[in-house]
Design a protein around this ligand. Structure first.
Ligand SMILES: [Zn+2]
Length: 335
């Protein structure tokens, strides 16, 4: 059971996952709620938001997420005794956690008609835990509703998938992300526009990029590479090597930025002002190849700082060469 207030929205305020919401609304209205659902889709597109909202309707005495009845109030505070979240303990959901849950499921619901179980990262179930959970899914205890969340169905045992009703969640369109960022998260229009193009349809990712200051790091990265100043390159290599958990996210951001630059050269996308200096066109594809090497390095034990120093110097040289090649004989830069 969670003890912090839940961030829950009623269905009509959740944007962009109409298909899943329609299916769940119909199930609620018709009283034909499945005992287990599997929500699949990328991170940060609303899977957990929809799951919590669905549970909110199920606990409410009036079945309408009124926010005023006793069960609603308890649920919104994260204190509802029939609601359980099973999160990974360390890196995985372990068999002991499933055993614990099974013990709770032996008892009657305390407060509402249903017991509600949410697994926000079902792909982290260990094999033993998944097999134990499978028993509950095959012979569900009465009045128990599971929602499992995963990126893809393939990340779970097929036997688990077959016991759940599958709902797919799709990436959100950039225009919707832009709207959400300005209206709900107080981002400035120009920042929202840039984040929307670089978050691959995930509002969660857009917020992480913004909160962790990774767009600023992208700007610094671009300055270091385009100016080819040794001191800036050294500082940037140190910064990158020290990023730890956010490093992969920043590297993905750099690749998305390059992709957006390429799309803009091809006339297939915008290049908003808030993005860093646009790289020369011929820089983009070879640079992507160099930057992608980072993912292999992250798996191994190489000295990251040295690796980035070399990478940044290679990219700086490439930038200069491609920039010079773009300058026409008359001395003006080509489009
Ligand atoms: Zn209520």
């Amino acid at each position: 059971m969670s003890v912090s207030p839940l961030k829950v929205l009623p269905f009509d305020q959740i944007l962009g996952q109409e298909r899943a919401l329609t299916i769940l609304s119909r199930a609620l209205e018709g009283g034909r709620v499945s005992h287990a659902y599997l929500f699949v889709g990328p991170e940060g597109v609303g899977r957990e938001t929809v799951a919590l909202s669905f549970f909110w309707y199920l606990v409410c005495e009036k079945k309408q997420a009124c926010g005023e009845c006793r069960p609603c109030l308890k649920f919104l505070k994260g204190l509802h005794p029939d609601f359980h979240i099973l999160e990974p303990s360390g890196k995985s959901i372990k068999i002991e956690q499933i055993r614990n849950l099974e013990a709770k499921l032996q008892l009657h619901p305390v407060e509402s008609k249903y017991r509600l179980i949410l697994l926000p990262a079902a792909e982290t179930l260990t094999r033993e835990a998944a097999n134990a959970l499978l028993k509950s899914l095959e012979e569900p205890p009465p009045q128990t509703i599971f929602v499992l969340i995963a990126q893809t169905p393939e990340s779970l045992l097929p036997t688990i998938v077959s016991r759940c009703q599958l709902l797919r969640f799709r990436p959100l369109p950039p225009s919707l992300i832009e709207k959400l960022l300005t209206s709900r998260f107080d981002k400035l229009p120009e920042e929202a526009k840039g984040l929307a193009l670089l978050c691959e349809g995930s509002i969660g990712r857009a917020l992480r990029l913004s909160e962790k200051g990774l767009l600023e790091e992208l700007h610094r990265f671009t300055v270091a590479v385009s100016k080819a100043e040794p001191a800036q390159i050294v500082t940037m290599a140190e910064t990158l090597a020290g990023l730890k958990d956010d490093l992969a996210l920043l590297v993905e951001l750099i690749l998305l930025w390059l992709r957006q630059a390429l799309l803009s050269y091809l006339g297939l996308g915008d290049y908003p002002k808030m993005l860093p200096l646009r790289p020369p066109k011929d820089f983009i594809i070879p640079a992507c190849g160099e930057i992608e090497k980072t993912f292999q390095v992250l798996e191994g034990n190489l000295n990251l700082e040295l690796f980035f120093l070399k990478l940044l110097n290679t990219l700086a040289r490439l930038w200069q060469e491609t920039e010079q090649a773009e300058v026409s004989p008359g001395g003006t830069r080509a489009a």
